[in-house]
Design a protein around this ligand. Structure first.
Ligand SMILES: C[S@@+](CC[C@H](N)C(=O)[O-])C[C@H]1O[C@@H](n2cnc3c(N)ncnc32)[C@H](O)[C@@H]1O
Length: 301
């Protein structure tokens, strides 16, 4: 077990990753409480482009690659990359000259992602250890930021969106899947649903998401509900663009919004993982080199 224990959310995902590495099934939501569970890899029609173990390790609530518009040569960053499915799929699309980064705060999730990567021929995937509220990449470094069901977990969503904005190149694109709260949902029911589906820091409503993205400096924001996740909750695809002239405005807006937006509820971690074989073993954990993120990543053993 690695030292991911200070943050209960990261601890939860570390436990899931370790369980997966030892052959257990992964599930983020309480299927009994939530009724049908729309999470996992159900949004991926073509399962030929990544190992089956990576699909089975998916804890997403959509498929951000459907809207990411990845092109060969792009640099992509996946916020909260988990078992690595979206990183591996992205790496294939941006090859041979592009790079796909996965960022996760759980060293055990990084080990799971590496085990999945080891089953592929992919050589342009990089797994970074860090938090999405403080992305270990330079300004203006990536063409596309994707994320799958992670931003709802952050207790500082304005910081996450400001960081996504910072690392994007001018003209860069944001394409994420996330869980959003229905406007006017009963707060008690909403809190129960959030706990059931693992939204441990509370979901934003779509107008709140829109407002935070705009405050961070993004333009062209679109938010599209894709499926019901639970009572009062929907999965959604969120898209936005970093305009060519917006960096300073975005940072100022983030500071202003961070100070003023009251965020968020916190609920205890959810149920036990289920059994499923995930072949492969853990390897080293990688940390980003801030000065040279494309250089060799360092072992932290
Ligand atoms: C619901 S899982 C989604 C994983 C992956 N995106 C997928 O679709 O399967 C959330 C992931 O985000 C990571 N995570 C949660 N909060 C984070 C944070 N603040 N910074 C970095 N990673 C975080 C967890 O360790 C976990 O791997």
């Amino acid at each position: 077990m690695t030292a991911d224990g200070d943050d209960p959310i990261i601890s939860k995902y570390s436990r899931l990753a370790l369980a997966a590495l030892s052959g257990d099934d992964l599930s983020d939501c309480d299927r009994g409480a939530a009724g049908e569970c729309s999470f996992g890899a159900v949004a991926y029609a073509d399962r030929s482009q990544a190992p089956e173990s990576a699909f089975r390790a998916s804890l997403g609530c959509g498929n951000p690659l459907m809207v990411a518009g990845l092109r060969p040569g792009d640099t992509v960053l996946d916020l909260g990359s988990g078992g690595g499915l979206d990183v591996l799929l992205s790496a294939r699309r941006v090859a041979p000259d592009g790079v796909a980064y996965g960022l996760d705060a759980s060293a055990d999730m990084l080990a799971l992602a590496r085990a999945n990567a080891d089953q592929t021929q992919v050589t342009n995937a990089r797994f970074l250890h860090g938090r999405i509220e403080s992305i270990p990449l330079p300004d203006n470094h990536v063409d596309v930021v994707i994320s799958n069901c992670v931003i709802n977990l952050s207790g500082d969503k304005p910081a996450v969106l400001a960081e996504a904005f910072r690392v994007l190149k001018p003209g860069g694109r944001l394409g994420i899947s996330d869980v959003t709260a229905d406007e006017g949902a009963n707060p008690v029911q909403l809190a129960r649903s959030e706990q059931d589906v693992g939204c441990l820091a509370g979901a934003l409503t779509q107008p709140e998401y829109q407002r935070l993205l705009t405050a961070a400096g993004f333009s062209g924001v679109t938010i599209t509900s894709t499926s019901r996740a639970a009572d009062g909750l929907h999965s959604a695809i969120i898209q936005a663009i970093k305009p060519d002239r917006g960096l300073v405005r975005g940072r100022q807006a983030h500071e202003r919004v961070s100070d003023s937006v009251p965020l968020l509820c916190m609920a205890p971690a959810g149920g036990e993982p289920r059994r499923q074989a995930i072949p492969g073993a853990g390897h080293r954990e990688d940390r980003a080199n801030h000065a040279d993120p494309d250089g060799d990543v360092r072992d932290v053993e």
